[in-house]
Design a protein. Structure first.
Lengths: 76, 545
């Protein structure tokens, strides 16, 4: 189990993971960028479907960051 | 609303009875040799997998807050209430960054609370005490929010009365909760959260599919809600809200989301749920899986608009002068009685699960970081557990004080008030997980400054219904916009902590002992060191084998 240290993760993977984790903040904190009603999707104003969509994408970003920085012990 | 709805109440009581039985039976679930140890009573044996942890943390974070407070905020103010969605999303990158490290170091050293970690990391009982007391304080309004949720459901079902009798059913529900938390510890909410989430998912899917067909589709719901929000409020002469945020509210929206997301993972009940996990990877996976609940939260928030688009609901809420009733009234008027009963039971159980975890978390903090740290340093694990069980009862009484003493017109403010306080422990806990550069006295000074500023500023805000603690928002100095007080206080906290640290370093003040080492933060299950590394001051109740 001595291989579980994240120091084993290559630097580019860590950087990519870091970027993935910052993206949701950039999207959500730019409030004026999505404070509009159109285009509507299935009746939902942009403000709502955009933010709901990004909930799913945030989960995907974190999942990808998890896979990028995962250590599988000596097997890798 | 004077007549009791018999069908609804019967279904509600049946579900409540079933859940109470599960709560008591949970003591036998994944049975350990003894329950009289904080690792067992307070952390459910510390071996939950990804699946159980997902339900437990979900049950923790998504509560009456989600079901009652957020939709009623949307009902009352439109887009501003939707900030809970970005909050529920951006909290998880933070969980992903700090959660696994906290789990690892707590696993290595047998820490039960975040304050245990702070005490070990900085060699400072005082800083641990500050973190613990802040956590306990912040839990009170949050538990109170759960009570408000149950109250709203009871009101709509017609369980009303005057004086003592009015609050009696609420007290009864809480007495049951207190009893099974006392006997089963964290296993009770963990097991009940399966039932709770199954019910909530069922109710929300039915609500999202069925209610729009009754109200003429999503297009019409948004349009009607938008028109209703734009109508000037007779009291203030201004519109009560809008369908999207405006130039006036962008800052408030963003700071509420960011400030709350900093708080999410350092809330004592979240830490309790996370430390009950059995492996490091469980936390990492859950950081990616838990946003599924935030999607649910977003859909639930839109129930506020459905309520606004339903004339009968609007009239009933106006008559009762309580926006908290928006969603329960909607269910009551749209669903057949039996299903409304199921929905109300989901809300009620959904309030009890987090309330149980919160009271366990607060009592663990008291036991470990006040009682054992200061009063009885040689308390045995069994004694710690006895104290924790008793304190879990007291915590619920404390929450009642908040319910009775605070304005309930916008219950979400209760949670936001807790957030202002708990965010002030972020530097000690979350920053401390990565670097020990900040000095313990610097952290303490920053904490004190943040707490003082946050509390005084929040005290100074008023609302039409309340003179003090009326709003979580205030003008941000320098920036000039209105924003969440928690974030302003947090910025002050960090600035003071950094400044004091720089001065103390220049004066070469001793930094105190650090009981943790670098590889503690990446350790996984099975990596327990063979010998206690700090025999003089055992923080772990569990004897290290």
């Amino acid at each position: 189990m001595s291989d579980t240290s994240p120091a084993r993760t290559p630097a580019f993977r860590k950087i990519a993971a870091g970027v993935l984790l910052v993206v949701p903040f950039a999207v959500y904190l730019a409030v004026p960028s999505y404070a509009k009603e159109s285009p509507r999707v299935a009746g939902f104003p942009f403000f709502y479907w955009w933010q709901l969509l990004w909930v799913v994408l945030t989960g995907a970003c974190i999942g990808a960051a998890h896979l990028l920085t995962r250590n599988r012990g000596a097997a890798k | 609303m004077t007549d009791v709805n018999g069908v609804e109440l019967t279904v509600f009581v049946l579900f409540f009875a079933a859940v109470t039985a599960v709560g008591f039976a949970a003591a036998r679930w994944r049975r350990a040799e003894t329950l009289m140890h904080l690792d067992e009573w307070g952390l459910g044996g510390r071996n939950f997998g990804t699946f159980v942890t997902w339900f437990l943390l979900g049950g923790d974070l998504y509560s009456a807050y989600t079901f009652v407070a957020v939709p009623s905020a949307v009902f009352a103010g439109g887009a501003m209430g939707f900030w809970a969605v970005p909050y529920g999303a951006i909290a998880y990158p933070i969980v992903f960054l700090i959660g696994p490290r906290l789990w690892s170091v707590a696993h290595r050293h047998g820490y039960v609370t975040a304050a245990d970690f702070v005490r070990g990391r900085y060699g400072s009982r005082t800083l641990g005490l500050a973190v613990a007391l802040t956590g306990i304080l912040a839990m009170m309004p949050y538990i109170a929010l759960q009570l408000v949720g149950i109250q709203a459901v009871l009101t709509v079902m017609g369980v009303t009365g005057s004086g003592w009798a009015r609050d009696l059913p609420l007290f009864a529900a809480f007495a049951l909760l207190a009893a099974y938390t006392f006997t089963s510890g964290l296993r009770a909410p963990a097991l009940i959260s399966f039932v709770k989430d199954a019910m909530i998912y069922l109710v929300i899917i039915v609500a999202i599919v069925y209610i729009p067909t009754r109200l003429g589709g999503w297009d019409r719901i948004f349009d009607t809600a938008g028109t209703a929000l734009a109508r000037p409020n007779p009291a203030t002469g201004r519109p009560s809200g809008s369908l999207v945020t405006t130039d006036m509210t962008h800052w408030a929206y963003g700071t509420l989301a960011l400030g709350s997301s900093l708080a999410l993972f350092i809330y004592p009940h979240t830490v309790t749920g996370a430390l009950a996990a059995g492996r490091r990877d469980v936390i990492r996976r859950n950081a990616a899986l838990l946003p599924a609940y935030s999607l649910l939260l977003g859909l639930l928030a839109l129930l506020g608009y459905m309520a606004l688009a339903h004339p009968g609901v609007v009239a009933a809420v106006k008559e009762a002068k309580n926006p908290q009733l928006a969603v329960p009234e909607l269910f009551d008027q749209v669903f057949p009685d039996w299903f409304a009963g199921v929905a109300f039971a989901a809300i009620g159980v959904g309030a009890l699960v987090p309330a149980a975890i919160m009271s366990i978390a607060a009592s663990n903090l008291f036991t470990r970081n006040v009682y054992t740290a200061f009063l009885r340093p040689d308390a045995t694990p069994a004694e710690e557990t006895r104290v924790s069980r008793l304190v879990s009862l007291l915590v619920k009484v404390g929450a009642l004080v908040f319910v009775l003493g605070f304005d309930k017109s916008l219950a979400i403010n209760l949670q936001l008030l807790g957030g202002i306080w708990v965010v002030q422990t972020f530097p000690a806990i979350a920053v401390g997980l990565y670097t020990r550069w900040l000095d313990r006295w610097g952290l303490l000074a920053g904490w004190a400054a943040g707490m003082a500023y946050g509390t005084i500023t929040a005290y100074g805000t008023s609302s039409p219904t309340q003179e003090h603690f009326g709003s979580p928002l205030a003008a941000i100095p320098v920036v000039g916009h209105t924003g969440y007080i928690a974030l302003t206080a947090f910025a002050l906290n960090i600035a003071v902590a950094v400044a004091v640290t720089a001065v103390l370093r220049a004066l070469r003040v001793p930094a105190g002992e650090d009981a943790t080492s670098e590889d503690d933060y990446t350790a996984d299950a099975g990596d327990r060191p063979p010998a206690p590394e700090d025999p003089g001051r055992p923080l772990a109740g569990r004897p290290v084998a």
